[in-house]
Design a protein around this ligand. Structure first.
Ligand SMILES: O=C(O)COP(=O)(O)O
Ligand SMILES: [Mg+2]
Length: 226
């Protein structure tokens, strides 16, 4: 039997496996209301998500991508968000089409899978469990597992170390430039999905090795002999 090119596959979570913006936006708007700011809505949150929950809330409170928020508003807004997201972590979020068949096929064919997300662990683990995705992953690396988040390579290298694989044997699959930069810095191949959250930019601009329309395409691409 031919060898697998990528026996180790690392999956991003938000915007790759799960469309989580409906819950995130709902909770951002609860937090905005708590501190007397206007609701931000789904479209703004879609642009802001991807660098962890603290960064999302800095963006929501400042109403901008990069400006620092007013600290007096940020702290209570962040607390309100944490409480809301604990209760509304998965209800409105959905698993993208093609995800389950791809994960079923990969696990049935002996691939070792990790989830590497910038979402904090307190929200990652319940979301994976709620969506029936947790059993696919031997390792889950969240935004607060390592000292650095993606685009730093450490979370990917940490996941590979736990899986027992090398970067040259690994494929990262994500939706944002952070996933692509982290994979390049770690020395892994990287495929991207165009349907997720890349701060409003086309993911092609960051030159992933491949762009897939859906994870349903993955088995045919990674199967040995392809
Ligand atoms: O920024 C987040 O909270 C999560 O983002 P990720 O799962 O796409 O890494
Ligand atoms: Mg993502």
């Amino acid at each position: 039997m031919e060898e697998k090119q990528y026996p180790f596959i690392l999956f991003d979570l938000d915007g790759t496996l799960v469309d989580s913006v409906p819950d995130l936006a709902y909770c951002v708007d609860i937090a905005m209301q708590a501190v007397g700011l206007p609701p931000r809505g789904v479209d703004a949150v879609r642009c802001w998500v991807g660098n962890g929950i603290e960064k999302l809330m800095q963006r929501a409170v400042s109403g901008t991508m990069d400006e620092q928020p007013d600290e007096r508003l940020f702290t209570p807004a962040y607390q309100a968000f944490l409480a809301a997201y604990k209760a509304h972590n998965a209800k409105r979020s959905t698993v993208y089409e093609g995800v389950i068949p791809a994960l079923d096929w990969l696990t049935a064919n002996g691939y070792k899978l990790a989830c590497v997300t910038n979402k904090a662990e307190a929200f990652t683990l319940p979301l994976l469990a709620e969506k029936g995705l947790n059993h696919y992953f031997s390792v889950v690396v969240s935004g607060d597992t390592c000292a650095h988040k993606k685009p730093h390579p450490d979370p990917l290298l940490f996941a590979l170390d736990k899986l027992g694989g090398k970067p040259s044997q690994a494929l990262m699959i994500g939706d944002s430039k952070s996933d692509i930069h982290a994979a390049r810095a770690a020395g892994c191949a990287v495929f991207a999905l165009p349907y997720g959250y890349n701060h409003g930019e086309d993911i092609q601009l960051y030159y992933p090795d491949k762009v897939l329309d859906s994870l349903a395409e993955l088995p045919a691409i990674v199967a040995p002999g392809q």
